[in-house]
Design a binder for this molecule. Structure first.
Ligand code: BTN
Length: 331
């Protein structure tokens, strides 16, 4: 962790150590070498951040529940990475789009591993000019800054890599059967649970930075989705019947992201692509791909080393497609 620990953070650690048990204000004050009224002030601040702290004049304080917010200190606690999430985590209760915030930070020189998270986005953006439904406190909206030493044509591989990381994180934590729909939609039983929006800034023939923005539907109930999404979207809550701590999912994603990024950096796209292919199960399938102005139908021959989909149409022509909306055909 890079930032110095504040008194409030230290107090939180003291409370967490005795989670579920009472501790007197006097004992906390002594432990922290601050006054009892300063303890009270910091307890109020923790309550404002969503921690459930009970207070009693006789018994002192008791931490009943952790905050359900995606607070940077909670994300970083026990986070098993070296870089991703270990730099600054910029936190917003509400913002336009975490990708836009991350771009600003990247322009200001923010290092690789910087993360932006928000509880709510008012201009959440999806692929192909769509919007991303981003209700308060029910999803993960997170953007990661990367500065890979690669050429721009290798960058699409990072999007596929991120989708593998998301799928692995969900699958490991929930045991749900997760699929990837090319290029990077994360699906559970045919419905989309998460998506990735990658934005790249290049300089001459090298990548300056890559922003990978993850949107995941975590605790959104069926009726809380807008009607036009209800048939297409799902959430972890809908699939498991339980609310899931978003912070646990985000931590797992950051860890998987770093693991696959190291693999990508050391061994190239090959091993990541192999895992992507296992999770996507698309090779040999007949599909249509809708692009803005064109629709292709055919058999998927492969995903190539730059992340392009190789499709053979009914006349035997090969198409190399970088992005589009895929529909599987049943024949
Ligand atoms: C898709 O269309 O599948 C991609 C959706 C990506 C949404 C995420 S939410 C966090 C980040 N900020 C945005 O505005 N978009 C991405």
């Amino acid at each position: 962790m890079n930032r110095a620990m504040s008194t409030k953070d230290q107090l939180l650690i003291g409370l967490k150590r005795r989670k579920g048990a009472w501790i007197s204000g006097e004992a906390l004050a002594q432990e922290m070498a601050i006054s009892r009224s300063a303890v009270w002030k910091h307890i109020c601040a923790l309550k404002d951040e969503g921690y459930v702290v009970e207070s009693s004049r006789k018994k002192g304080y008791l931490l009943r529940e952790l905050s359900s917010l995606l607070l940077p200190n909670e994300i970083q606690e026990g986070l098993n990475t070296n870089v991703f999430g270990k730099r600054k985590i910029a936190y917003f209760t509400q913002t336009d789009s975490t990708n836009l915030r991350a771009k600003d930070l990247a322009h200001e020189g923010a290092p690789e591993g910087t993360v932006v998270v928000a509880e709510k986005q008012i201009q959440g953006r999806g692929r192909r000019g769509r919007s991303w439904f981003s209700p308060l406190g029910e999803g993960i909206y997170a953007s990661i800054i990367m500065r890979p030493l690669i050429s721009p044509n290798e960058a699409p591989g990072l999007t596929l890599m991120a989708s593998v990381a998301v799928a692995e994180a969900i699958q490991t934590l929930t045991s749900l059967n997760v699929h990837i729909k090319w290029p990077n939609d994360i699906m559970i039983y045919g419905r989309k649970v998460a998506g990735i929006l990658t934005e790249i800034s290049t300089e001459m023939d090298r990548v300056d930075y890559v922003i990978v923005g993850l949107g995941m539907n975590v605790n959104i109930s069926h009726e809380n989705f807008p009607p036009d999404l209800r048939d297409k979207a799902t959430s972890i809550l809908m699939e498991t019947g339980k609310t899931f701590p978003r912070v646990t999912l985000l931590r797992a994603y950051l860890e998987e992201h770093e693991k696959y990024y190291e693999l990508f950096t050391l061994n190239g796209f090959g091993p990541v692509l192999n895992r992507w292919k296992q999770l996507a199960d698309i090779i040999g399938r007949r599909i249509t791909v809708d692009l803005m102005e064109h629709r292709y139908t055919g058999e998927v021959l492969d995903i190539d080393r730059e992340g392009f989909l190789i499709l053979r149409d009914h006349e035997g022509r090969m198409q190399r497609i970088i992005s589009g909306d895929v529909t599987l055909l049943n024949d």
